[in-house]
Design a binder for this molecule. Sequence first.
Ligand code: PGA
Length: 341
Amino acid sequence: CSARAVGRHQPHAETQRMSFFVAMCCIASLLLGMPCFSTVRTSRKPHNVASARAQVSCRKARHAQKRLRFNERNPMSRKPLIAGNWKMNKTPAESVVLSQGISNRYSRKWNKVDVVLCPPTIDLRSVFTVLDFDKSNIDVGAQNCHWEPSGAFTGETSIPMLKDVGAAWCIVGHSERRDYFGETDSMVNKKVRALAESSFNAIVCVGESLAVRDAGDAVRFVCDQVRAALAGLDAHEAEYCTIAYEPIWAIGTGRTATPEQAILSFVSVKQAEEIAAAIRATVADLVGEQAAANMRVLYGGSMKPENADGFMACPNIDGGLIGGASLKVEDFCGLVEIASG
Ligand code: PGA
C-alpha cells in the first residue's frame, strides 16, 4: 500500500512517510554525488524552440521533447504558464504534502501548460524530490536569489545553489521584496541578468501601487519597471524572462473581479490587458518584436478559478502568478485546468 494511498485516510502518517522518503532521497543523493538533483531540472532552458532543442537530457527528455513538439506546432503561440508563489508558507514536511497533492492531479492535458511551484527556499529540495519521483512535468522555482555566485552575503542564496536543488525558475522583484526588503530596480536588474547568464528562467514582477494608479500613472510606472529590469539584456537573454504584472493593491486582497463583478471591481480584465499590452510593446522596444512576441506576460493578484477565465482569454496575458490560491490543491489545479483550455 503506497504512502499516498494510506495518506488519504491518515494525513499525518503521510507527512511522516513523505518526510522520511525525502530525507532518504537527500542522503542517497549526497552519497551518490547528487546524480538526480544536479543533472535534470538544473539545465532547463526557456520555453522557446531553439533553446529547448539545446538541452534535452536525462530522465526529463521525454517531457522536454513533448514541449518542443508543442512549440513547433505552434511557432507563434505562447504556452501558458501557471506559477505558484507559496511565499513564506509551508514547512518542508507540509511542502511534500502540498506538492504531492498537486502532482497527484497531473493529467496529460497539463502538457499544454507550463506549471511551476515556487516554495520557500528550504522546501525546494523536498518539492523537487516529490515531483522528480512522480516523473512529473511540473517545474520548481525559487522566490528570490542573489546575483553573485558565492561570497559573504549572509542569508542569501545563489543561483548555483538553486540549480543544485533542482530549481529552474526564480521569481524576481516581487512587490513584497521591493516594499519590505528594499529591493531596488537596480538589484532586480542584476538578478535578472545573472539568471539569464546562468540559463535560469526569471519571473520578473512589476506592478503599481494604488496611489500610482489613482494618479493615472500606472502604464508609465510599470513600463519603467520593465525597462529597468531588462536593461542590458539582448534578445537571446530576454528569452529567459517572463514578466508578471501584479497590481500591488490587488495582491492577496481578493479584490480581483469575477466576470460578473468586473464592472464594480478595482481590477478589470480590460485594465490588466491594457497594461500587459503596454509591457509587450516596451519589451519590443528593448529587445525586438520577435522576443516580445515570444515573451510570456502573466497576471498576478488574487487570481482564482472563479476569475481566471477572463484573464486567460486576453491576447496579451499568458497565465498567472498565483499566491493564496497556490496553497490549495483544488484552486491551484483548477487554475491549471483553465489555462490548459
Ligand atoms: P495573491 O498573490 O494571488 O495571493 O494575490 C499573488 C502574488 O503575490 O504573487
